[in-house]
Design a protein around this ligand. Sequence first.
Ligand SMILES: [Zn+2]
Length: 282
Amino acid sequence: MFERYTEKARRVIFFARYEASHYGSSQIDTEHLFLGLLREASNILAWTPGLTADELRKRIDDRSLHLTPIPPNVDLPLSPGAQQVLKYAADNANELAHKYIGSEHIFLGILQVRDCFASQLLHEAGADETKIREQLATQVSETISPFERQANYRTIRGTAPAGPIEIHGIRRKTEHVRDMASMLRMYDWYWRREKWKPQDIVVSHKTGQVSFEVGLKDDAENFVFVSNGWKRDHCLVCRWELFEADDEHGIGYTNGRIWLCLECCERFILRDYFASSHSDIT
Ligand SMILES: [Zn+2]
């Protein structure tokens, strides 16, 4: 579904997902999309003159439930409101005859979903839908870097093979794999092939919440240190389980934070599977 998205807009979605998991939300909501915009497209602050970035962030933070963070490898769905935002974003790009969907279209989309907190906050901060629309109508869509143009070209033209993709012999949705792969490929991470090992964690006495910030063990009143307490991860693309083992579950690729299974990393990240399926694209 993100084929038409600019690189920046894709990162907005990526960070919205991150924000939702950080707050322990079971779905990506409109305010997470806005927090994603704040991280990746701070130019939108020109449209919210009434509140600073810190004030906007704090208002959302104050209103959010702070639940146990959800591991980043859990795929979160978009809330109905967030789906509406992305639908409006596409409509906005179409109406403005913009080929790509950028962060500016997502911003407008949030404004249009009137019964959500993020939209009310933006209106309160002075965002004016009519003015923004007029402004966007006179300029070309978000600047697209040569890298991005190429990436988009690949994504659009490098159509995936028909039907689902098999990973570890299990059929997966091609669209999901392609979206995850293109998101991961946006970052120039160094992926190291490594044996999976358990990690030390600290656990909060009171809430049972877990953190990798083992330095918190110094706060012994609140945290207990658990040596090798983190016993498994999942491949971010296909959710293949990684744990201490001598078979294919015991080895993967990592950038130090995220894990990928051998198959996903070697097929989709280290090589551009989706582009190389078309020999005319190099
Ligand atoms: Zn995988």
